[in-house]
Write a protein that binds this ligand. Structure first.
Ligand code: ADP
Length: 228
């Protein structure tokens, strides 16, 4: 618990303090491009493009690190939330990706549950985003919900590339990725954010998968969360 708290604190400070110098790099690179465009040759413009692209990716990484470090920080209280609205919000946030990839997303009607609405939206968004991303086919995503006495059980299944057996647990660790950025973009932070969110909701998250067939991410949320 202590090393987790330290990691969170470190992630927060590092990501927060990195923002300012990064902003400077990207601002001045863009200024160079704008002001001296007609004086620069093709090579120089390409080099500036690499700086801007690198800075942009680093900004995304920092944003995700900040989300990771804030899962347990100044959190909103649990409230009764409409699962259906949460799912619709996360699909809306992925609207362009879903359109671009012609993904088909099927879902059960979602229940009302006690949870942190913005964290639950983030959770669905990360899992659906991965379901659409890690595939060579037209993505098909199936989202289900069931319940037992103590918990809600959700699943997000895809028809993607799948995950080999010996990596089913390690992918939830921060920065763990099974592919290069050239194959599939990403930073390896998404699933560790999911895990943290689920831990706050007193649940569990795991994945079942078959290589080349697809993956099913399953997570539970306790029914005993109290509205704070
Ligand atoms: P990112 O998506 O930024 O790489 P994540 O933490 O979301 O980071 O995922 C970690 C790794 O787990 C991914 O890089 C990928 O190798 C694997 N992974 C996650 N979701 C899926 C999925 N639906 N199908 C196949 N592999 C996945």
């Amino acid at each position: 618990a202590r090393s987790n708290a330290e990691l969170e604190q470190f992630a927060f400070i590092a990501s927060h303090d990195l923002q300012e110098p990064l902003r400077m790099i990207s601002c001045y690179a863009q200024l160079l491009e704008k002001k001296y465009n007609d004086k620069l040759d093709k090579d120089a413009r390409e080099f500036i493009w690499f700086i801007v692209d690198g800075a942009h990716r680093m900004q995304q990484l920092i944003n995700e690190l900040l989300i990771y470090s804030r899962v347990n920080k100044n959190v909103k209280p649990f409230t009764l939330v409409k699962g259906q609205k949460i799912l619709m919000d996360s699909l809306k946030n992925l609207e362009f990706k879903i359109k671009d990839t012609h993904a088909k997303v099927n879902y059960d009607p979602m229940p009302e549950i006690i949870a942190d609405a913005s964290q639950l939206t983030q959770l669905f968004q990360n899992l659906i985003n991965n379901a659409i991303k890690f595939t060579k086919n037209v993505p098909e995503v199936n989202i289900t919900v069931s319940e037992n006495l103590d918990e809600w059980i959700f699943s997000v299944a895809d028809n993607g590339i799948g995950i080999q057996n010996d990596c089913l647990e390690s992918i939830f660790e921060i920065f763990r990725r099974l592919h290069t950025r050239e194959e599939y973009c990403g930073s390896g932070i998404g699933l560790s954010i999911c895990k943290k969110i689920i831990e706050r909701h007193k649940g569990r998250i795991w994945v079942e998968s078959e290589v080349d067939k697809g993956s099913r991410f399953i997570f539970t949320i306790s029914k005993y969360l109290s509205r704070e």
